[in-house]
Design a protein around this ligand. Structure first.
Ligand SMILES: N[C@@H](CCC(=O)N[C@@H](CS)C(=O)NCC(=O)O)C(=O)O
Length: 189
């Protein structure tokens, strides 16, 4: 999504998680922790998604995704931290049970879902309060913070947990607004 927002040509190379290719010897040379994504920019390679999007936003100065205003910058970093520390890990527990597990024909372990759900609800309550004050996490503009949140919010809908988003009016409005972006529509497709 960052590359598309920056209107940068790129090649997307599939590392097939369904075939466990992320743990192959070849991929482990690119990413020692055996996960995706990895960015290759000429001879330079970089892993960790948040590092990658910050790098791209610094490298390509068009359509900036990092606010110049210091307070907005602070809020963006805060929400990227919240995503990593409190949101995605717990959301993924639900998504693994209710989406990826189901896709593989496994019965979801609802005790895992029951433990993670209140933690996700708490983060979303905090997000709802913040988004009642301004339309984006950083303030007035779409930033890298939104990009870090979008994958697991989308997957909550895939896991039939969209109510977690829709019952919080400001989070719902935020999601309806940012998920309409043509770049996201292209990525999710
Ligand atoms: N901290 C890493 C996390 C990467 C990550 O968890 N990637 C997932 C896909 S979104 C993955 O590769 N999962 C496969 C696995 O855990 O084996 C980042 O943000 O880049």
């Amino acid at each position: 999504m960052t590359l598309l927002e920056k209107q940068q040509q790129h090649d997307f190379v599939l590392v097939d998680l369904m075939k466990n290719e992320q743990k192959s010897e070849e991929h482990l040379k690119r990413h020692p922790f055996g996960v995706i994504p990895v960015l290759k920019d000429g001879d330079f390679e970089l892993y960790e998604s948040r590092a990658i999007i910050r790098y791209l936003d610094h490298k390509f100065t068009n359509n900036p995704l990092t606010p110049k205003d210091l307070e907005s910058f602070g809020r963006m970093e805060q929400w990227m931290g919240i995503e990593q520390a409190y949101f995605s890990e717990q959301a993924l527990k639900i998504i693994k049970q209710c989406y990826f597990g189901k896709m593989r024909g496994q019965t979801p372990d609802m005790s895992i879902v029951a433990e993670a759900k209140p933690k996700v609800e708490h983060v979303l309550d905090v997000a709802n309060a913040a988004l009642s004050k301004h339309p984006y996490f950083a303030g007035d503009s779409f930033s890298l913070a939104e990009i870090t949140w979008m994958p697991y919010v989308e997957y909550l809908f895939s896991a039939e947990m969209g109510d977690l988003i829709n019952k919080r009016s400001h989070v719902k409005k935020w999601w309806e607004n940012i998920s309409k972006r043509p770049t996201w529509q292209k990525v999710r497709g």
